[in-house]
Structure formats: C-alpha cells, structure tokens
Design a binder for this molecule. Structure first.
Ligand code: NAD
Ligand code: LMR
Length: 342
C-alpha cells in the first residue's frame, strides 16, 4: 500500500472539493491571523470547503471587512469575525481545527530564524488561548520559524496540561507542493500525478525532498538532484526576493494550508486514507520534532510512515546528516524560550 501516491490523492481531493459547495459535514475552523497575506486567501479557500459549517476569522486588526466580504459567497459555512485579544476566546469555542498564520513575514536578506523574536511571543500567546478554549482541536502552525514555533506550541500545551502530540502540526505542505511542481516541470510529468515526500524541517537545508521516493518512479541525474533540491530548499527565498520587501509566499501558502486543512477534516470525518507530510513530535530520528509522511486519522497522527527513510541515496543520507544540527538547535531554542519564562 505504501507504493501508492498519498499526497497526489490529497491534491486531487482538494482540487475536486473546491468545485462542490453542498455541505457534507459540519466542522468548525478558526484562522488566527486571518487578515494577513496568507490569512485572507486561506479563508477564501476554506470558505469553499463542503466539510466546513463555521469559519471563525481572528486578527488584531482589519478582519471585520474580510469577514463581511467573504460572507457573501454562497457556500455553506457561516463566517464570523473576532478582533483583538478580548474576542479570542469566543473565536476558539468548539473549534475542530485552528490554523495559525499570525506573525511577521521575511524581507530580503532575512532568515526565518530572524523572525523568532517577534513570532515566538505571538505563537505562545495564541496557543495559550487554544489550550484554554479548544484543547482538543488540531493545531496547524504556519508562523515562522516553524522549526521553533512548533516546539514552542508543544511546551505551552504541556504547561497547560493539555498537550496531545498527535494533534500539533507544523505545516510543511508548501514544501511538498513546490517539490511536486518543480519535479513535474523538470521531467515533463503530468502535475497531478507527481508526489515527492519532503522531510526534516521548514528552513533552508532542513527542508529535504526525497527525490528518490518520487511517485511515479522517475530517474534524475546527479545534477538534476542537486538543482531540484537546492531550488526546493530556497523556494521561499525565491518568493521573498521577487516580492522585494512586500512579504513572502502568501497565495501558494494559502493553497498548501487549505490542502492540509481539507486533509485534516477528511480524517476527522472518518476517511481512512489520508496522508500528508508534516513537522510533528517524532521518534523517527533522534530529534524530538521531525517532518515526514504521516497518516491522519480522527485523533490526529495515526501513524508515521517510517519506510520512506529507508533506502535513502547517498546524497539524501548526507543531506539528512547535515540538517540535524541546525534543526536540533532550532528546536532547543523554541523549548528554551518557553521554559525560561518566569
Ligand atoms: P502578514 O503580515 O501579511 O499577515 C500576518 C497577520 O498576522 C497580520 O494580519 C497581522 O495583523 C496578524 N497578527 C500579528 N500579530 C498577531 C497576533 N498577536 N494575533 C493575531 N494575529 C496577529 O504575513 P503573512 O505573509 O500572512 O505570513 C504570516 C506568517 O506565515 C509569517 O511568519 C511567515 O513567515 C509565515 N509563512 C510560513 C510558511 C510555511 O510554509 N509554513 C509559508 C509562508 C509564510
Ligand atoms: C516559505 O517557505 O515560503 C515561507 O516559509 C516563507 C519564507 O519566509 O520563506
């Protein structure tokens, strides 16, 4: 069964879902940071999901208009807006999936880690509210640096006594979406069929596409492997530079995050065939958090697909060894940030 193209299935499902707007389920989704560059198109895509009955949009500003605008779309979900800390608890009541794209994006010349000082606090505060108001929800962390913000979220949830590692996800779907697109272009493949697992983390060399595990099976020269790997690792920077100071990826990120939300909702709804890559608490390597393919179920992570780490090429094994120190340091920085607070 592991030879099947899991993510392709997710991609096809997502693409199909957007064409039908009859309600099929009634899940409640909240977006924290909904007025931003990612938040707005993500809200639109989630508004088109037949699995959603309520869509709660939260931000510190500018969310009222976004919600009024979106609420005129004749799709099933009810849109509600929540502005500022005093409305956060209400936004989170009975929510099944919380998506967090709140925080500042990169400008040219910055690393994702340069965002730590601002975004760490934002994520910490928002996850505290999630812990207090909807501790059973799936939590999708988009805010960078994901390699550290997910460990921050885990520590906050632990302190609140509600941590369920199976329900906390770092969203790395955009890395898979990019890998699929770039490989399809390079090898002239039908886009919808291509599926490349991406493991590790979500920053520079910690992003490791396993090109040797591409479905359908395809061969690459050493030069192609190097070129594609580096392009996938730097794709975020490619967008940051093209936007020249106006932010980072928002539209492709919204597409990717919407796919991860849809996959989560399908899993909650009992679909037993849902697979995605995500950055989670993991025992796959010696690192406490690691992105890999997972199976999603009603209770979150149902299984980690360990077989994809077997039979790596020499190039992939070296890249895996090389990414570990950076990923480890980012994880420790996130954990220390919460543990050191008085
Ligand atoms: P943006 O500045 O356009 O939007 C961010 C939004 O967050 C704004 O509307 C802002 O008001 C809101 N916000 C700030 N503080 C908040 C708080 N305390 N509570 C609630 N909302 C708050 O930025 P963007 O382009 O949407 O990017 C958001 C984040 O997503 C950045 O950190 C970026 O690096 C990250 N990102 C991650 C990925 C990924 O693959 N995981 C991809 C792209 C961007
Ligand atoms: C991305 O991969 O596009 C995001 O992480 C945003 C960034 O800063 O590159």
């Amino acid at each position: 069964a592991l030879n099947r193209s899991y993510s392709t299935k997710a991609q096809k499902h997502t693409d199909r879902s957007y064409r039908y707007v009859q309600p099929r389920a009634s899940y409640k989704v909240a977006i924290l940071g909904a007025g931003g560059g990612i938040g707005q198109p993500l809200a639109l895509l989630i508004k088109m999901s037949p699995l959603v009955s309520a869509l709660n949009l939260y931000d510190i500003a500018n969310v009222k208009g976004v919600a009024a605008d979106l609420s005129h779309c004749n799709t099933p979900s009810q849109v509600a807006d929540f502005t500022g800390a005093s409305e956060l608890a209400n936004c989170l009541k009975d929510v099944n999936v919380v998506v967090i794209p709140a925080g500042v994006p990169r400008k040219p010349g910055m690393t994702r880690d340069d965002l730590f000082n601002i975004n760490a606090n934002i994520v910490k505060t928002l996850v505290e509210a999630v812990a207090d108001n909807c501790p059973d929800a799936f939590i999708h962390i988009i805010s960078n640096p994901v390699n550290s913000t997910v460990p921050i979220a885990a520590e906050v949830l632990k302190q609140k006594g509600v941590y369920d590692p199976k329900k906390l996800f770092g969203v790395t779907t955009l890395d898979v979406v990019r890998a699929n697109t770039f490989v399809a272009q390079k090898k002239n493949l039908k886009l919808i069929d291509v599926d490349v697992p991406v493991i590790g983390g979500h920053a520079g060399i910690t992003i490791l596409p396993l090109l040797s595990k591409t479905k359908p099976a395809v061969t690459f020269t050493d030069e192609e492997v190097e070129e594609l790997t580096v392009r996938i690792q730097n794709a975020g920077t490619e967008v940051v530079e093209a936007k020249a100071g106006a932010g980072s990826a928002t539209l492709s990120m919204a597409y990717a995050a919407a796919r991860f939300v849809e996959s989560s909702l399908r899993a909650l709804d009992g679909d037993s065939d849902v697979y995605e890559c995500s950055y989670i608490q993991s025992e796959l390597t010696e690192l406490p958090f690691f992105a890999s393919r997972i199976k999603l179920g009603k209770n979150g992570v149902e299984a980690v697909i360990s077989s994809e780490l077997q039979g790596l090429t020499e190039y992939e094994q070296k890249a895996l060894d090389a990414l570990k120190p950076e990923l480890k340091a980012s994880i420790e920085k996130g954990v220390a940030f919460v543990q050191k607070q008085p």
